[in-house]
Design a binder for this molecule. Structure first.
Ligand SMILES: [Zn+2]
Ligand SMILES: [Zn+2]
Length: 95
């Protein structure tokens, strides 16, 4: 599972710095890992330092994915329309 999501303040992609995530989801060059706070219940954005509760970040993550999913659905629908249009063109040219 890809767990990327973005900071609501600065838009910086967020990557978990724990050992297992670093192995499975290494941050691309130039992207900073988020920072766990000492209570391990809060995470600071690695870029702008905004601190939010873990639950809030997870909510953001869900929102982020819902947006992506929604965008993909829209893309799929518009592809559908294009496919229909091009199939109309194909049948027209076969006349
Ligand atoms: Zn992790
Ligand atoms: Zn940030």
């Amino acid at each position: 599972m890809d767990n990327k999501f973005k900071c609501p303040e600065c838009g910086h992609p967020q990557y978990c710095p724990c050992d297992s995530c670093k192995v499975h989801f290494p941050a691309p060059e130039g992207v900073k890992y988020w920072e766990w706070q000492s209570n391990e219940e809060s995470i600071a954005c690695g870029n702008c330092g905004v601190i939010k509760h873990v639950d809030e970040w997870m909510d953001l993550s869900v929102e982020y994915y819902e947006n992506i999913r929604a965008r993909k659905l829209i893309e799929m629908e518009s592809n559908d329309v294009e496919a229909k249009l091009s199939s109309v063109q194909v049948s027209d040219s076969s006349k």
